[in-house]
Design a protein around this ligand. Structure first.
Ligand SMILES: Nc1ncnc2c1ncn2[C@@H]1O[C@H](COP(=O)(O)OP(=O)(O)OP(=O)(O)O)[C@@H](O)[C@H]1O
Ligand SMILES: [Mg+2]
Length: 200
């Protein structure tokens, strides 16, 4: 028996679920029909050949876990997307109205903004790592900065690795001391507060 697909409205109203059997799913056709040019939703669609389905599913699940651990610093996942043949082709996630750090670093940041970014990245990561999970693919392009209502620069993490082993973040931070220190060399004065200070 064909189960009824939830409407997009129902999916977007559904709380994030991480239980395998409860992950909300939308059909690609449904999204087209509903014209998903809603500016607050980002559709991540992958090339199935380059991105096997279990990796896609793992990425979505890790995002759900991260969001549960740190809702203020992680983009909210909504649903997996299926094509007509029933294959997963992507997922829906909150669209952050801002720029990833890779693009942002090319512009001059006020010291206050740079400090806010640093503080927020550290806080989000600490919340996630405290739950025994991790992002697993940290780099500048996977951190999106945006201005909140008070005008301060905040960040949300996107695009995690399918694994959620917290040691991945520690390794990335060590190996890639470049990725954030680049940013700090240009703009950050207080060199003491680095990723090494993430509490684990
Ligand atoms: N939810 C989002 N809100 C705002 N911007 C986003 C969002 N998701 C992705 N982006 C932008 O798109 C870029 C690529 O997205 P993402 O990191 O999810 O894909 P990827 O797997 O790294 O693919 P690619 O190889 O194209 O970089 C990000 O670096 C960011 O600039
Ligand atoms: Mg990315």
């Amino acid at each position: 028996m064909k189960t009824r697909m939830p409407s997009l409205e129902e999916v977007l109203g559904t709380p994030v679920e991480i239980d395998d059997n409860k992950v909300p799913v939308v059909e690609c056709e449904l999204m087209k029909a509903e014209d998903l040019l809603n500016k607050s939703i980002h559709m991540k669609i992958v090339e199935p050949i380059a991105f096997p389905v279990d990796l896609l599913y793992g990425e979505y699940r890790n995002l759900c876990r991260m969001y549960t651990a740190s809702p203020d610093y992680v983009a909210r996942p909504y649903a997996m997307i299926k094509d007509r043949a029933g294959s997963y082709i992507g997922y829906l996630v909150e669209k952050i109205g801002g720029k990833d750090l890779d693009r942002l670093r090319r512009k001059l940041l006020a010291p206050r903004d740079a400090a806010d970014i640093r503080k927020n990245v550290l806080t989000g990561l600490a919340q996630i790592n405290a739950q025994g999970i991790g992002h697993g693919d940290l780099d500048r392009s996977n951190i999106v900065a945006y201005r909140n209502r008070e005008g301060a620069l905040n960040i949300k993490l996107i695009d995690p690795a399918p694994s959620f082993n917290k040691t991945d973040d520690a390794r990335n931070i060590k190996r890639d001391s470049v990725w954030l220190s680049d940013f700090s060399n240009d703009y950050w004065e207080d060199k003491d507060l680095r990723f090494a200070s993430v509490k684990r």
